[in-house]
Design a protein around this ligand. Structure first.
Ligand code: C2O
Ligand code: CU
Ligand code: CU
Length: 488
């Protein structure tokens, strides 16, 4: 069966009809919404395990211009729930994968060897990457083979991440564990007195569900044929993991910490806040440092989005607990992790009033405005996820921006969709007709809420070739909510 035929069956087959009858549909449109896959294993008690820190990858070798890394995708048994083992798919058998720390402007080559039983594709999310290394969803790395992904990293310091991107299978393969941090550093950022070292902590937040034996089932395999379609709105877990551990806890100094928050969930949106209430000083987003810090009492993150925040635990006494909560969750899903203030400590860090120079991309320079509509589309009486009425087809190019050109893209949703562009960071111009507030910031993923139009301005620089734009709800992405653009 060809890819196209299989996809057509999946998109418009009987399974989707079952999904429409299921609960968890949007009242507005009857369109399926993300649904919780309930765990069968007992949920662990919150704050019972220490926060793990992903290991830092070491280059296998380096030369004058380049650092060479080697990662092997393989299965491994992880200890995630107390007393149970969980089979994961990990880069180097780890979930999250090793953190790559790279310098802006210094070439980084990552050799990914596939020791799994299925093809993979690796994508550096937020990378300004030539097309042959960007992880186009059909550039498969077969079992037993490898591929060298070369990243020039001609870009600003930022919190990036790498993850699987195989066409039709990104949801299950990321769910099994194929994701890790990739931190780009540069001189501008290194010169700032921000919290660093042990006080610069990446936090990968994602939800998972567990079978009674500790495995992390994904609807396709767990519930028989058609189950995947029943979750076409998105798969939600009922256990919140941070760096792969359920509701962990971290002992902290009475000092400032920088947390690099990443929402690596398939479909869950978080609104993160401290309890007792406290300030989250946001210093960065998807595309690196903001021009100036912004203090907030909550930070919202859709799948794929990042936020760098500084929290000052000097506001608390030794022995106090500070929870990181999810205001959009209920019951256990309202919790994320907990900090325990353990000791007084010296703190030389500061949050400068001016962080970075952020260019304003002027929409008046836009040569083209394009419209993209993200919707569940009906074809033959059944439903799939479409952009401008079409499912993803790797043989079709939907837009041909010119290299160097500034463009406005107008994105419209039915239900909520976190939209992600490869190659080109963008700035949000307006949300639901309102001009975006505050100074511009570089992003690569933007959440469209239900029935909303978001206008972004972007500039296509660096490389000609084929890239994708897609919904980062991974079930929507796998069910074809993706489009190819070619920079010409
Ligand atoms: Cu994080 Cu195209 O994906
Ligand atoms: Cu990406
Ligand atoms: Cu979507």
């Amino acid at each position: 069966m060809t890819m196209t035929r299989r996809r057509a069956l999946r998109l418009f087959g009987l399974g989707a009809a079952a999904a429409l009858a299921a609960p968890g549909c949007s009242l507005l449109s009857g369109t399926p919404l993300p649904q919780v896959l309930p765990s069968r294993a007992p949920l662990p008690k919150p704050y019972g395990v220490p926060l793990p820190l992903p290991v830092t990858a070491r280059p296998a070798r380096s030369d004058a211009s380049t650092d060479y890394y080697e990662l092997v995708q393989r299965e491994a048994d992880a200890q995630i729930l107390p007393g149970l083992r969980t089979r994961v798919w990990g880069y180097d058998g780890r979930f999250p994968g090793p953190t790559i720390r790279a310098r802006a402007g210094r070439r980084t080559v990552v050799r990914v060897t596939n020791a799994l039983g299925a093809p993979t594709v690796t994508h550096l999310h937020g990378g300004h990457t030539p097309p042959e290394s960007d992880g186009y969803p059909t550039d498969l790395v077969g079992p037993g083979t490898h591929r060298d992904y070369a990243f020039p990293l001609d870009q600003r310091a930022a919190t990036l991440w790498y993850h699987d991107h195989r066409m039709d299978y990104t949801g299950p393969q990321v769910w099994r564990g194929l994701a890790g941090f990739f931190l780009v550093e540069d001189e501008e950022e290194a010169a700032l007195p921000l919290p660093s070292g042990e006080r610069d902590v990446p936090l990968m937040i994602c939800d998972r569900s567990f079978a009674a034996d500790g495995s992390m089932p994904y609807p396709a395999s767990a519930e028989g044929p058609g189950a995947r379609e029943a979750f076409m709105g998105g798969v939600l877990g009922d256990v919140i993991l941070v760096n792969g551990a359920p509701w962990p806890s971290l002992g902290v100094d009475r000092a400032r910490y920088r947390f690099r928050l990443l929402n690596a969930s398939n479909a869950r949106v978080y609104e993160l806040a401290l309890a007792p209430a406290g300030r989250l000083v946001r210093i960065g987003g998807d595309g690196g440092l903001l021009a100036a810090p912004r203090s907030a009492d909550r930070v919202r993150l859709a799948p794929g989005e990042r936020a760098d925040v500084v929290v000052d635990f000097a506001a608390h006494r030794v022995g106090e607990h500070v929870e990181l909560r999810n205001l959009l969750g209920e019951g256990p899903q309202a919790r994320v992790m907990r900090f325990t203030v353990e000791r007084d400590a010296r703190d030389d860090s500061a949050i400068p009033a001016a962080l970075s120079r952020v260019e304003t991309l002027d929409p008046a320079r836009a040569a083209v405005t394009r419209d993209f509509e993200f919707s569940s589309g009906s074809m033959g009486g059944h439903t799939g996820w479409l952009i401008n009425g079409k499912p993803f087809d790797a043989r079709r190019v939907d837009a041909r921006p010119k290299l160097g050109q500034v463009e406005i893209w107008r994105l419209t949703s039915d239900v909520a969709h976190p939209v992600h562009l490869h190659l080109s960071p963008f700035q949000v111009l307006s949300v639901a007709g309102e001009r975006a507030a505050g100074p511009p910031e570089w992003k690569d993923t933007v959440e469209l809420r239900e029935a909303q139009t978001v206008e972004i301005v972007t500039r296509f620089t660096g490389y000609r070739g084929r890239y994708v734009m897609h919904c980062h709800n991974l079930e929507h992405e796998d069910m074809a909510m993706m489009s190819t653009f070619e920079v010409v």
